[in-house]
Write a protein that binds this ligand. Structure first.
Ligand SMILES: *[C@@H]1O[C@H](CO)[C@@H](O)[C@H](O)[C@H]1NC(C)=O
Ligand SMILES: [Mg+2]
Length: 263
């Protein structure tokens, strides 16, 4: 029996509650990570979890189903600790520097595309649950959709800061998500509650695109945008399938996500 208890040190939780509150909440919900055998697919001995995470972020490891059993604790620490937040801040800083360097046409056609889950909204309150374990236990579509339907996902703070910087620079914002169209109302209220108060388009996955991969679906939607005159100057996502494919954008930005893979 192997029990790894996630301890969390959140000295960084600042006085401004803002998006940090949810972390304080989940800290008190962390359960001992349950030992598992089989099922995971990863039977790597002596796996180095930091190397695994790097290989995931660089798209060297693809099509993975679960966080390796041996890395449950490591990924939990990463996601709830300082490093994930610092990594997101670094991506946002680079994106802001790039955005500020551009001269926009001023015709309202310069857009910044954002993915939603784990890019602008965080599902950490869900992924920290004992029956989800930061992606180490099998994905349950029903359960995840119940969480989405709550509409209480907090923002990824760094991405919200980028968003707040882009608007006054004149960028139009497009949210492009694989979430199903039937969640439009709750996603809209969730985005607004999280601080994303305005946007040009919110594109959700309709019936016609059901069954298509994220890469194909997002490429198609971006191409539709470009065909109607928009210019994708920036594009940010937590999955490579958000930022590869057709009309990916003049520059793309990858935020970390070692919890799941969407191809
Ligand atoms: C998935 O979650 C639902 C809702 O919580 C639950 O009823 C169902 O048993 C779960 N399925 C599996 C395979 O665990
Ligand atoms: Mg995402």
């Amino acid at each position: 029996m192997r029990l790894v208890v996630v301890f969390l040190f959140l000295a960084t939780v600042s006085a401004t509650c803002h998006a940090n509150c949810f972390i304080e909440q989940v800290v008190h919900q962390i359960h001992p990570l349950r030992p598992r055998s089989g099922a995971g697919g990863y039977r790597l001995e002596n796996i180095n979890c930091q190397s695994w995470r790097l290989a995931v972020e660089t798209k060297n490891i693809i099509n993975w189903k679960l966080v390796p059993e041996a890395c449950e604790g490591y990924i939990g620490h990463y996601m709830l600790g300082k490093q994930y937040r610092k990594d997101c801040e670094t991506v946002a800083n680079v994106a802001i520097e790039y955005a500020k360097s551009l001269t926009l046409a001023g015709d309202g056609k310069d857009i910044w595309v954002f993915d939603i889950d784990e890019t602008t909204l965080s599902n950490m309150p869900y992924y920290a649950r004992s029956d989800v374990q930061f992606g180490a236990l099998p994905y349950n579509d029903t359960k995840f959709n119940e969480w989405v339907a709550e509409g209480t996902a907090p923002p990824v703070p760094a991405s919200l800061r980028l968003y707040q910087t882009l608007l006054p620079l004149g960028f139009k914002i497009v949210f492009l998500t694989g979430t199903a169209e039937r969640f439009r109302a709750i996603r809209t209220s969730n985005l607004k509650a999280a601080g994303y108060h305005t946007w040009e388009k919110l594109i959700l996955k309709g019936e016609a695109d059901k069954g298509t991969t994220a890469l194909v679906y997002k490429s198609k939607k971006r191409t539709e945008l470009v065909n109607s005159g928009y210019r994708v100057l920036g594009n940010m996502g937590d999955q490579w399938s958000d930022i590869l494919g057709d009309n990916a954008g003049d520059r793309t930005f990858k935020v970390p996500d070692p919890m799941y893979y969407i191809g």
